[in-house]
Ligand binder design. Structure first.
Ligand SMILES: Nc1ncnc2c1ncn2[C@@H]1O[C@H](COP(=O)(O)OP(=O)(O)OP(=O)(O)O)[C@@H](O)[C@H]1O
Ligand SMILES: [Mg+2]
Length: 149
């Protein structure tokens, strides 16, 4: 992807705040893929997004559900965790919800459903630098989007 930006967060709260900022600024219909090892902070970022959308439900890793949709906030939030689709046919209808036009879609382990990811998505790679410090690399083809981070 053509444009990228690095962001450092020093603790959980800073990643939550970044998610909140995105909830208030990303255009509806945005698809954000989140990559990074177990415990990197992917779900934590989505929790911040939920906070920014005024969703009061607890956002958990949807590993056992694969997808969870939150409709009670300012905009719909679609949270997908494709981890369990690693070795199986992933044609389970997720495409109906990815890029849901009035909402925001966040996808963990998107490499397992790569055929369903729209070309104009935003990717965030999260790397653990130490116990609390994370490096987030945001990549996109739309330079305008980077300014929102
Ligand atoms: N800077 C930080 N940003 C995000 N999380 C952090 C940070 N520092 C510490 N943490 C902690 O790291 C953990 C991240 O867990 P989280 O569930 O968000 O990871 P994940 O990437 O979704 O993992 P999984 O692949 O298992 O779903 C949380 O316990 C969080 O509090
Ligand atoms: Mg997770």
């Amino acid at each position: 992807m053509a444009f990228s930006k690095m962001i450092i967060t020093n603790n959980t709260e800073e990643t939550l705040e970044l998610g909140k900022k995105l909830a208030l600024s990303l255009p509806s219909g945005s698809v954000v893929t989140l990559n990074g090892e177990l415990g990197a902070g992917k779900t934590t970022l989505v929790r911040g997004v939920a906070r920014g959308l005024n969703i009061n439900e607890v956002v958990q890793s949807p590993t056992f559900n694969i997808m969870k949709i939150y409709l009670k906030g300012n905009r719909p939030l679609i949270h997908i965790d494709a981890y369990r689709l690693a070795d199986v046919n992933s044609d389970i209808g997720l495409d109906e919800y990815i890029g849901y036009e009035t909402g925001l879609t966040f996808i963990e382990w998107s490499q397992y459903i790569s055929q369903l990811i729209p070309k104009n998505h935003i990717n965030i790679d999260i790397k653990c630098l130490d116990f609390e410090k994370r490096e987030l690399i945001v990549s996109t083809n739309n330079e305008e989007i980077l300014r929102l981070f």
